[in-house]
Ligand binder design. Structure first.
Ligand code: PAF
Length: 282
């Protein structure tokens, strides 16, 4: 059974002996509602030989804009602890909002450029909230290795940039997307989908797979690829596209043609549920 701790002081009691001996600590930051995607990150941390793996479960209010799903976001610490136990995780760190942001909290981490487009454009303030909590968590856990999912591709780039820019010590690992059998990318937000939207949401993966096939067949033209992705997503009646991005994997700048490693990323709403997905095309 993992040890469940709610305060930074309790967590530090567990971690201090490891820090002193310089033993590797693995860290999987999450907002809970743990699913197979999170389990894959925990297993990677265990398999990589980290002496101890910490999973944080914290629904971070700072990364939700007003009107977003902060209140509805699924919370089930008991269920999460069971999942963590199956993944043989050692510690679940589940702080309260007051523990993370005590009275008087006014300091933020922020970033230019990489946060301006894609999800950043559609979710104002989101990455400022993500960067702030991730910086705090990395300072609190002081992991040797931290594991993030590729599904949040822009988030992974933004975090890696922060780690470089601010000389943080954790090594960031971006791990493959885990999908349902029919291709839908695993996400805690999939739980919001009713049966109709659940089926319609498959267009995201279908559109990305089609783009991948076209590129494999020699298509390099970004406009054509964009149009095909838009067409396929548009076959779902309820889909409202936030963005279709065909971008450089590191700079997230739009590419002129698909000649090198390129990221195809999409975000769309199905009813009230906003989903994202991506593929990296080599
Ligand atoms: O990807 C998530 O679940 C969150 O954005 C993260 C990294 C745990 C920060 O709250």
């Amino acid at each position: 059974m993992p040890k469940v701790v709610h305060t930074i002081a309790e967590l530090h009691k567990i971690l201090q002996p490891l820090w002193r001996k310089g033993e590797p600590v693995g860290f999987v930051p999450t907002m809970g509602a743990l699913h197979a995607g999170h389990i894959s990150l925990m297993k990677l941390s265990k398999a990589a030989g980290n002496v101890l793996t910490v999973v944080s479960v914290f629904v971070n209010p700072l990364q939700f804009a007003p009107g977003e799903d902060y209140d509805e976001y699924p919370r089930d610490l008991g269920g999460d602890v069971k999942v963590a136990r199956e993944a043989v995780v050692d510690v679940v760190f589940a702080p309260s909002v007051a523990e993370m942001y005590p009275r008087g909290f006014v300091t933020w981490a922020d970033q230019d450029k990489l946060t301006e487009k894609m999800c950043g454009e559609h979710r104002p303030g989101h990455f400022r909230g993500v960067l702030t909590v991730v910086l705090k968590l990395l300072n609190i856990v002081r992991p040797t290795h931290a594991y993030f999912g590729q599904k949040d591709y822009q988030q992974s780039v933004v975090i890696q940039r922060m780690v470089t820019d601010l000389n943080l010590e954790a090594k960031i690992h971006v791990c493959p997307i885990v999908r349902e059998a029919d291709g839908l990318a695993m996400s805690s937000r999939n739980a919001y989908l009713g049966p109709k939207h659940r089926i319609e949401a498959l267009v995201l993966h279908q559109a990305l797979v089609r783009a991948q096939e076209l590129v494999a067949g020699g298509e390099k033209n970004v406009k054509k690829l964009h149009a095909e992705i838009k067409r396929i997503i548009g076959t779902a009646k309820s889909a409202k596209i936030d963005y279709i991005a065909i971008v450089h994997p590191d700079t997230l700048e739009d590419v002129n043609d698909v000649s090198g490693k390129t990221v195809f990323a999409v975000a769309a709403r199905f009813g009230k549920t906003r989903l994202i997905d991506n593929v990296i095309v080599e």
